[in-house]
Design a protein around this ligand. Structure first.
Ligand code: BES
Ligand code: ZN
Ligand code: MN
Length: 504
């Protein structure tokens, strides 16, 4: 898709589809009024008939009148008070998804209302709109088949219309950033959606290697022999029930030992369980097929470090993806096994289905102790509980200390992603006590979500944030703005968080 910015009004340009967003009530004293005149009053007529979309992401088609377009697509941005980065990108995604199965090759998008809605920020508006188009056009059906008429149109051209030439440069810069971030999210989604008979830990490592080579990243893949030498008992314990051996994928942008402009080294750690059967503590059959998605965190950090390298080449950042299959094979770990972690702590394995925290714990302490990470963010489909608590639109977070959460929150706001922070209630560690080891991997069921965070906390000393995408990693049903399957959630937040280290 060609993406261009043009400083022109809709009536000074031409194309197939003209997308006209509006935030709040349509205001005909703005350029929308002049646009309406060109349509022969069709937009006002829609308003008079009560047919103008008002609910956020709702759409309506209007006649082009004397405009040189075939159709006008109106998209509602909803209330201005709650219009934010998330609304902006989803509005754009709704526009492209509204056209599923249509033959449209070129679209022009009136940027003004989105920029105004975001506080006169043309660069951010362009970035989010382009992201919305690219992420909205993503369709998982095309992964294993070519023939998908259920997919939104693959546009040849998207033109962002800025009325005033003074916004041209900002919008161009934002559009390019949006293209790179949107495509990065789709890399993560495409990989996450692939099935477990396709993507084994070795295949994930091969994919990471290809991405590393294409983006000038260093890569180290730690196999089961080296992991044993390193003493990664938790990581190996999860992987040993499968015929497909585990791989710890380590990617680095920037020079070895280098720090960013703030003298930091951020490690992004992603859970890479290529299939989570639960192991010996086996899961029920219902929806077990969804557990091919348990590698989404890994896919996201792999895509995110590539995106960061594209936007800020050489910026020092790490991505670690412990990749395993959690299977109940003859060699599998058993409940009651006592396991020694890479950082020397002993763990009493109560439930083999609480495996994500084990592989992440070893990867996090390796990042800190061996690779010099000064800050950690991990992404994981860690619990079902987080989805039951806050659903599929908000990602759960555990973070410490508070200022680091503040930085994650700021990155998230810009990225247009929603998070909710849960407390690390230290008292509950007592409920994870073990007779034989330092602690159990689960503990009593009350507050199990908090306990998942507390467990991970034992494997780092530096500032750390844990993003639990157990609810948000994939959609079971399509929405106006997203297809079903992997959502790409947290990719943009990780990118913003890493790029904050590009300026001191
Ligand atoms: N991968 C699952 C969590 C999950 C389940 C994510 C469903 C998305 C959808 C994780 O490994 C798991 O099994 N967690 C257990 C933890 C429990 C054993 C303490 C859970 O959530 O039930
Ligand atoms: Zn899992
Ligand atoms: Mn599990």
């Amino acid at each position: 898709m060609q993406i261009r910015v043009a400083s022109a009004q809709p009536w000074e340009t031409r194309g197939e589809l003209l997308v006209v967003p509006f935030v709040g009530e349509p205001d005909f004293s703005t350029p929308l009024g002049e646009l309406d005149t060109h349509t022969g009053g069709d937009i006002r007529a829609l308003a008079a008939f009560g047919e103008l979309p008002s609910k956020r992401y709702a759409t309506a088609l209007a006649a082009p009148g004397d405009l040189d377009f075939k159709r006008i697509l109106l998209v509602a941005g909803g209330e201005p008070e709650t219009f934010d980065s998330e609304a902006a990108r989803r509005l754009a995604a709704s526009a492209i998804r509204r056209l599923v199965g249509r033959e449209v090759k070129s679209a022009a998008f009136v940027l003004g209302p989105v920029a105004v809605g975001l506080g006169q920020d043309a660069a951010l508006a362009a970035e989010l709109v382009v992201r919305g188009f690219i992420e909205g056009a993503f369709e998982p059906k095309t992964i294993y088949r070519e023939d998908s008429d259920a997919a939104p149109p693959a546009l040849d051209e998207l033109v962002l219309l800025v009325g005033n030439p003074r916004y041209q440069a900002d919008a161009e810069r934002g559009a390019e950033r949006g293209r790179i971030i949107g495509e990065g999210a789709n890399v993560a989604r495409r990989l996450a959606n692939r099935s477990a008979n396709d993507v084994t830990p070795q295949v994930l490592a091969d994919e990471a290697r290809a991405i590393a080579e294409a983006n000038g990243l260093a890569i180290d893949v730690i196999d089961e022999r080296r992991a044993a030498e390193l003493g990664m008992g938790m990581f190996l314990g999860v992987g040993q029930g499968s015929h497909n051996p585990p791989r710890l994928i380590v990617l680095r942008s920037g020079d070895e030992g280098a720090k960013d402009a703030r003298n930091r080294l951020l490690a992004m750690v992603g859970k890479g369980v290529c299939f989570d059967s639960g192991g010996i503590s086996i899961k029920p059959a219902d929806r077990m097929e969804e557990m091919k998605m348990d590698k989404t965190g890994a896919c996201t950090v792999i895509a995110a470090i590539a995106t960061v390298a594209k936007l800020s080449p050489g910026l020092p950042v790490l991505a670690l993806a412990p990749a395993v299959e959690n299977m109940p094979g003859g060699g599998a770990s058993k409940p009651g096994d006592i396991i020694k972690a890479f950082n020397g702590k002993w763990v009493d394995l109560i439930n083999t289905d609480a495996e994500g925290r084990l592989i992440l714990g070893d990867a996090m302490s390796y990042a800190e102790q061996r690779l010099g990470a000064t800050h950690i963010v991990d992404v994981a489909t860690l619990t079902g509980a987080v989805g039951r608590a806050i659903g599929n639109l908000v990602t759960g977070v555990f973070a410490t200390p508070d200022p680091w959460w503040g930085e994650v929150e700021a990155a998230a706001a810009r990225a247009g992603e929603r998070y909710h922070r849960f407390p690390l209630v230290q008292d509950y560690m007592a409920e994870m006590e073990s007779w034989y080891a330092d602690f159990q991997n689960t503990g009593t069921p009350d507050g199990s979500l908090v306990k998942s965070g507390l467990f991970l906390e034992q494997f780092r000393t530096v500032p750390w944030a844990h993003l639990d995408i157990g609810g948000t990693a994939y959609f079971r049903k399509a929405t106006p703005y997203a297809t079903r399957g992997a959502t790409g959630v947290t990719h943009a937040t990780l990118v913003e968080l890493a790029l904050a280290g590009a300026q001191a």
